[in-house]
Design a binder for this molecule. Structure first.
Ligand SMILES: Cc1cc2nc3c(=O)[nH]c(=O)nc-3n(C[C@H](O)[C@H](O)[C@H](O)COP(=O)(O)OP(=O)(O)OC[C@H]3O[C@@H](n4cnc5c(N)ncnc54)[C@H](O)[C@@H]3O)c2cc1C
Length: 394
């Protein structure tokens, strides 16, 4: 695709808003469409925190991408004029000694090899430095120092304002279907029947993708993940200096969480298989079983949180691909359509570099990562996963 595009970006979560800004800065005309309000309350990007880490087990592509993103997060803090990225460190610990092949060991090796600031944590150090952890249960792990979390909902709000300021046109509307003619995409049809013409349609609707474009159902699965906000009785134990972002044997339990937020809550969630559901499903509620599982985890890991009141819960949705890698690619059968989704629960951290990758796909530019994120219907579920993800079937 050469020359100035009239790009229609559908969905203003982190994928859509970063793509829209990048395309605008490359000189294209950009229309960003989302029913709003923004950040959208049901969007995956809309939350109080998302982890920012370079620890990705043996997968150096993601570690390298995170290494590029993290200094840009610091820069965004300056540009936003408010701290939305908090470099609290991210720690992954295991109940057993780290072994070759496990997520923590491979992450430690890769990060050490890449010169990242990492420390190996043993049970004594854990007890001494991070007293909220039960001193017996966890024995080994890795602490990544140049990592942390971002206040994701506030980041999207700031980027939407920035998009407006650089001339992205925003329209509060809902995409209904593609407008196709002569074998190519001519634009979109909105749910009010209006047609909007454009050269390229970039679909960034996250977990809505298999529902708004049913032909993608074989590629994507919307999976609901339980999220809990707890009010600790001893908040000091959970302040960032004493309680970095964590993964607790994450590839075998799924549990991870965040230090005390500015609102005074500790968020804990599960990076597991999740439950398949539509983003607008009425089933989008945390179940008594989810809560019981959480309580069992807390009592064995954070005794001070075992009976802490839950002040908020949410089911947040991943757009899962069969292999856990993102999907940023042109549709080979529908020239003019780019689908940029497939976050599989780990895309937000790359926000500062995501727009560039999506814009390269829209312009047909070569980018080594686009091979990893290519259109790949041949990949079937159950063959591989993102290294930190807990998946009992694998
Ligand atoms: C529980 C949970 C925890 C996570 N934790 C992390 C983490 O710690 N670190 C990390 O890096 N990543 C994490 N992620 C992943 C991260 O949230 C996603 O990578 C990212 O938010 C996906 O953004 P998106 O723009 O693709 O989708 P979304 O943020 O869901 O945005 C999609 C947008 O599309 C719009 N839309 C939907 N339908 C239509 C339509 N018909 N027309 C127009 N617009 C439409 C919606 O209104 C919404 O604004 C987590 C995800 C979840 C669910």
């Amino acid at each position: 695709m050469s020359g100035i595009l009239k790009a229609i970006v559908i969905g203003a979560g982190i994928n859509g808003v970063t793509a829209a800004i990048e395309l605008k800065q490359r000189g294209h005309r950009v229309l960003l469409i989302d029913p709003g309000p923004l950040p959208h309350p049901l969007a995956a990007s809309t939350d109080i925190s998302k982890a920012i880490r370079a620890a990705y087990g043996p997968d150096e592509d993601y570690s390298a991408l995170a290494e590029r993103a993290i200094p840009l997060w610091r820069k965004w803090n300056e540009e936003f004029g408010v701290q939305l990225y908090h470099e609290t460190g991210v720690m992954f610990v295991r109940r057993q000694e780290m072994q070759p092949g496990d997520f923590e060991y491979e992450s430690f090796k890769v990060l050490q090899h890449r010169g990242a600031k990492v420390e190996r944590m043993n049970a004594a150090q854990l007890r001494e430095r991070f007293p909220a952890w039960s001193g017996e249960a966890y024995r080994d792990g890795v602490l990544e120092l140049e990592a942390g979390y971002a206040e994701s909902g506030r980041v999207v709000a700031a980027l939407v304002e920035h998009a407006r300021s650089v001339g992205v046109e925003l329209r509060e509307a809902k995409f209904s279907q593609l407008d196709e003619a002569d074998g190519r995409i001519k634009g979109v049809v909105l749910d009010d029947g209006h047609r909007v013409a454009g050269d390229t349609v970039i679909l960034t609707v996250g977990a809505w993708t298999p529902y708004v474009l049913p032909f993608t159902k074989t590629f994507f699965r919307a999976s609901g993940q339980p999220v809990f906000h707890l009010k600790p009785r001893q908040p000091k134990l959970f302040e960032p200096e004493r309680f970095p972002v964590f993964g607790a044997d994450i590839s075998t339990t799924g549990y991870y969480g965040f230090p005390l937020s500015p609102e005074g809550v500790v968020k804990i969630a599960n990076h597991g298989p999740g439950r398949e559901m539509s983003p607008e499903s009425s089933n989008r509620v945390v179940t008594p079983q989810d809560e019981q599982n959480l309580r069992e985890f807390l009592s064995s890991t954070f005794p001070a949180l075992a009976d802490a009141p839950i002040v908020n819960t949410r089911i947040c949705l991943y757009c899962d691909t069969s292999d856990g890698h993102f999907w940023i690619a042109p549709d080979p059968e529908r020239p003019g359509l780019i689908i940029a989704t497939g976050d599989s629960g780990h895309g937000f951290k790359f926000a500062p570099v995501l727009g560039e990758i999506i814009a390269d796909a829209a312009e047909g530019k070569s980018n080594p990562l686009l091979e990893k994120f290519r259109w790949r219907p041949e990949i079937r579920a159950g063959q591989q996963k993102e290294a930190a993800r807990f998946n009992p079937d694998l």
